[in-house]
Design a binder for this molecule. Structure first.
Ligand SMILES: [Zn+2]
Ligand SMILES: [Zn+2]
Length: 236
């Protein structure tokens, strides 16, 4: 039986300062690669966002959402599902946040001034959910790793963005997630439509809305897409 493939971690040029491809180019790439949908997770204002922090909040949110909106428009044209999320940064650690929308962001500028535990609690209270992206990433800009295992819904145990000398970051993330019985997911952390799609999840049924992703993860009703293969979710 065919499975449905989804990218959980993707950047666009419109929203992320470090991405090289437009939202539409990304959508074309995923469609051509046999994927069924993508979650656009551009770097939020506390990360490498393409939008200046100098402009007023609502305008900033409006501009930030262009990556998702352009992707959605293209996705609707060619038949690829597109969902909204963002990658929230806290002192060098990154938290993929899903289940809330542009209108919600417009009303909540205070999320910029929260500690990470407070942020995660607030997101959950408002109906969103969080995947800790690449928790053991090592880069020059990261001074320390922040782990909040009781505050996240899943761990990105397979991330396609690590430098080759740091491939162990993934096995550490799997070890970490498993030891807290947190679900393990995979994501490409895609910044370019030219590169390989390394990660994602494979679901038995199509994801129709963002909340379906949380159900899939909670009930373990998925497998991982990793480097061209569909593999079981590692469990302890
Ligand atoms: Zn980036
Ligand atoms: Zn990312």
């Amino acid at each position: 039986m065919r499975e449905f493939l989804y990218e959980l971690h993707l950047h666009t040029k419109e929203g992320s300062g470090c991405a090289v491809s437009s939202a539409a180019e990304m959508v074309d790439k995923y469609k051509a690669s046999g994927f069924d949908g993508i979650f656009v997770t551009d770097h939020f204002f506390n990360g490498n966002c393409a939008v200046s922090n100098e402009i007023p909040w609502k305008e900033r949110v409006e501009l930030y959402c262009k990556g998702y909106e352009n992707a959605k428009k293209r996705g609707d044209e060619i038949g690829l599902k597109v969902f909204f999320g963002w990658e929230y940064s806290y002192q060098g650690s990154d938290f993929l946040t899903y289940g809330l929308d542009k209108e919600w962001l417009m009303e909540h500028p205070e999320i910029m001034d929260m500690g990470i535990k407070q942020y995660c609690d607030f997101i959950h209270q408002n109906g969103g959910f969080i995947i800790h992206a690449h928790p053991f990433r090592e880069r020059n800009y990261i001074e320390k790793m922040t782990l909040v295992p009781r505050c996240v819904d899943a761990v990105e145990g397979f991330n396609g963005g690590h430098l080759p000398q740091f491939e162990e970051c993934n096995s550490r993330a799997v070890w970490y997630g498993n030891s807290y019985h947190l679900p393990i997911v995979a994501g490409t952390d895609n910044h370019s439509a030219e590169g390989e799609i390394t990660g994602g999840i494979a679901a038995k049924a199509p994801i129709k809305e963002c909340a379906d992703l949380l159900d899939l993860i909670r009930y373990g009703d998925y497998r991982l897409y990793w480097k061209g293969e569909i593999i079981p979710v590692p469990t302890k």
